[in-house]
Design a protein around this ligand. Structure first.
Ligand SMILES: NC(=O)c1ccc[n+]([C@@H]2O[C@H](COP(=O)([O-])OP(=O)(O)OC[C@H]3O[C@@H](n4cnc5c(N)ncnc54)[C@H](OP(=O)(O)O)[C@@H]3O)[C@@H](O)[C@H]2O)c1
Length: 278
């Protein structure tokens, strides 16, 4: 079986499927966009900073893929509605949504336990909003169109922080825990009340070097920080993830091969969540 035949395997075929990816200009969502477009999906990249989505779209088009970059703030329903109109005008349909926008903010991190009591409400709300409310609102706006088709799926991006809170990142951990709960809630609701062919799942990435966590994991000279070293020690595979490590799980969860899979959160973490530390 050559590579093209493999992509056309009906179990994993995403050819011409329209996939909306929020945060599509970011490191992990951008890698998913490139990989999915290389397999024939048409991707709409929604990003707060349009230039970042435009850069990823240009890379995809250079490889003969199809990508539509759009500026959009996922915490603003009006902005999402406008993006949905643009996606529908351009592609005529929406088959899947990946809720990739998210991340942390330095102002919402409790470096010492005592800091917790003074973390600014605005910073905490922003982290809760982008990581949870943004995924909820995008699922309302794009989920409506997917539901109208009677089939399709939503893929959320969770975190290791969801099931076992990580130190310091209080609002981020709470928001990702909400994502896991929402994944199960929406999966149950859509399948029972609209169509069994509507699915909702999540990927929980382990630790990947991104823009936002680089300073937490790596020193300026590239050596790992004490926090980064603690993470690697707790990761049986002993390395940080590479963005393309997420791709095959995303393909599986979006594709017809996962037609009986809904409401799951799949760790892609080098064994981090499996290891007790002893
Ligand atoms: N890296 C990791 O180790 C890791 C681990 C577990 C989970 N995750 C999750 O994976 C996802 C992607 O993370 P990443 O590491 O790839 O980070 P990233 O490179 O910063 O990507 C996140 C993208 O989301 C966009 N974004 C932020 N707020 C937005 C908003 N309100 N509306 C629209 N777009 C917005 C950002 O655009 P702007 O720069 O313009 O704001 C950025 O392009 C996040 O949900 C993150 O929590 C990451």
């Amino acid at each position: 079986m050559n590579q093209t035949q493999m992509y056309k395997d009906p179990l994993f075929d995403l050819t011409d499927q329209v996939i909306v990816i929020t945060g599509g200009g970011g490191v992990l969502p951008g890698a998913l966009a490139r990989g999915l477009a290389a397999r024939g999906a048409k991707v709409a990249l929604l990003n707060r900073t349009l230039a970042k989505a435009t850069r990823v779209a240009a890379e995809i088009e250079l490889q003969d893929g199809v990508a539509l970059p759009l500026g959009c703030d996922v915490t603003d329903r009006t902005s999402l509605e406008q993006a949905a109109r643009q996606v529908l005008d351009y592609f005529g349909q929406v088959d899947h949504l990946i809720n990739g926008a998210g991340g942390n903010r330095p102002g919402a991190i409790a470096v010492q336990g005592q800091d917790f009591f003074d973390l600014p409400a605005g910073e905490l709300r922003t982290v809760l909003d982008v990581n949870f409310t943004g995924a909820l609102l995008a699922s309302q706006v794009f989920g409506r169109h997917i539901a109208a088709q009677g089939q399709g799926s939503i893929l959320n991006i969770s975190s290791m922080a969801a099931s076992q809170p990580l130190s310091r990142v209080v609002a981020y951990a709470a928001a990702k825990a909400a994502i896991d709960n929402f994944t199960r809630w929406l999966a149950s609701t859509l399948a029972r009340e609209i169509s069994p062919d509507l699915r909702v799942n999540a990927i929980a990435p382990g630790f990947f070097i991104g823009e936002q966590n680089r300073a937490l994991l790596l020193e300026d000279d590239g050596h790992v920080t004490p926090r980064g070293a603690a993470i690697l020690q707790h990761t049986p595979m002993g390395r940080f993830g590479e963005p393309h490590d997420l791709l095959s799980t995303a393909i599986w969860l979006l594709s017809p091969g996962a037609r009986f899979v809904t409401g799951v959160v799949v760790p892609v973490d080098g064994g981090f969540s499996a290891f007790s530390g002893v």
